[in-house]
Design a protein around this ligand. Structure first.
Ligand SMILES: *[C@@H]1O[C@H](CO)[C@@H](O)[C@H](O)[C@H]1NC(C)=O
Ligand SMILES: *[C@@H]1O[C@H](CO)[C@@H](O)[C@H](O)[C@H]1NC(C)=O
Ligand SMILES: *[C@@H]1O[C@H](CO)[C@@H](O)[C@H](O)[C@H]1NC(C)=O
Length: 376
């Protein structure tokens, strides 16, 4: 037993340590090129004994999403993997960005020089209006600054950090003092391939995989190459993943959205692509699935959880890992079963539902929970 005063001292030390490490972790622009992988020996390896801590868009619960600073904070806080969406610019550069439009997470609206860039394009059966990243060159995007998506989160970093490229993201992971994996998503491949053209008819998937191979990311799950530079490639688009599996032997994860929705590249709903028959088929190409939490344990109208579906045991029966998204500490995202306590949510998902990895907006909380309950 530890006394409550030494416990508090421990918490205080943790707070001070993380504040200090953050202060020293901020890097100046521009970012550096990818370090030579040969001098990455002797670092603490990635852990594979407990569910993966996947830092969703970096520590985006604290810092504007998908910025270098959000990824660095996540590494400081104990992420096994830093996670990001990868889209493309008008000039074909790959960037870390979730939305197709810039409106909700950057200061683009404050830039008078870009006022004529608002467009309406159709994406997945809906018309979307805004400033689309595919209408901007990388140089133009670098003049924007990131904003926190949610008003209920810390706004004090708004206007400070820039959009980064896929290569800058990779360099952050490779430069960490321990082995930190990457978990990039081939984002909206149907839309990106409609709007961005690369030489020789190359596709978003081609450029994406080329970038990974060029930076040394290869090897099947748990191979020596993989342990040196851990990677999961994720996508909501099954045909895009199947195509990518012909370009690389790195492990792939099929994301699963709301079960009633159709996928962007087939006419099947996510319910259809979670059938046993389909899981059997897709397990030839992917090592796991990344479902929305509600497809595993649906909530009721009163914000309590109903019984779990059989998706996790069925996926495990097909030798597929399950990495659900998205874990968030805040009131609005915690089902009442968990008494407003994110640790209770982790207890349930890790020990009762038995997931293999968790996408979290708060990597620090998940790491602290795992250090206390299953230290390495
Ligand atoms: C890599 O780490 C070194 C030493 O900590 C630092 O000087 C450099 O800025 C880092 N580069 C990147 C891309 O983070
Ligand atoms: C999007 O807008 C265009 C032009 O107004 C229209 O032709 C098209 O049907 C719309 N698509 C959807 C899905 O609403
Ligand atoms: C989906 O169905 C529509 C209408 O039947 C068809 O036009 C379209 O080509 C189909 N798309 C795919 C990806 O199969």
């Amino acid at each position: 037993m530890i006394s409550s005063s030494s416990f508090c001292a421990f918490l205080l030390t943790l707070l001070i340590v993380s504040a200090l490490s953050y202060a020293t972790a901020i890097r100046r622009y521009p970012y550096f090129s990818v370090p030579d992988v040969d001098d990455l020996q002797g670092r603490q390896p990635i852990q594979t004994q407990r569910a993966f801590n996947i830092a969703h868009r970096g520590s985006n619960g604290e810092i504007p999403e998908a910025t270098a600073e959000a990824f660095l904070r996540a590494i400081d806080e104990g992420a096994d993997f830093i996670e990001t969406d990868i889209t493309a610019t008008k000039d074909g550069r790959l960037i870390c960005f979730h939305d197709l439009i810039l409106d909700d997470t950057t200061d683009v609206a404050d830039h008078a020089e870009f006022q004529d860039r608002i467009h309406t394009y159709e994406d997945e059966g809906k018309n979307v209006t805004g400033y689309f990243a595919v209408d901007f060159t990388l140089d133009e995007l670098k003049t924007l600054r990131a904003r926190q998506r949610f008003m209920f989160r810390d706004q004090s970093f708004n206007g400070k950090f820039q959009i980064i490229t896929f290569e800058e993201f990779i360099s952050i992971a490779l430069n960490a003092t321990r082995v930190v994996g990457i978990y990039p998503e081939i984002k909206s491949p149907v839309f990106i391939n409609q709007h961005v053209k690369w030489p020789d008819g190359k596709r978003h998937e081609d450029i994406f995989v080329e970038t990974l191979l060029k930076n040394g990311y290869k090897g099947t799950y748990l191979s020596d190459e993989w342990r040196r530079q851990p990677l999961f490639i994720q996508s909501f688009a099954p045909t895009s993943l199947i195509y990518s599996s012909s370009l690389t032997n790195s492990p792939l994860i099929l994301l699963i959205d709301d079960l009633t929705m159709p996928t962007q590249d087939t006419n099947q709903t996510y319910a259809e692509i979670t059938s046993d028959e389909y899981l059997q088929y897709i397990s030839k190409f992917v090592v796991g699935i990344g479902p929305a939490k509600d497809t595993i344990v649906p909530p009721d109208a009163n914000n309590y959880l109903k019984l779990p579906t059989d998706l996790v045991p069925r996926a495990h029966a097909h030798n597929l890992q399950v990495h659900p998204y998205t874990f968030r500490n805040e009131y609005g995202y915690l089902h009442y079963d968990f008494h407003q306590d994110p640790f209770q949510e982790y207890i349930y998902w890790i020990h009762t539902i038995c997931v293999d990895g968790l996408f979290t907006d708060f990597t620090g909380s998940l790491h602290l929970y795992q250090e206390w309950t299953s230290p390495l």
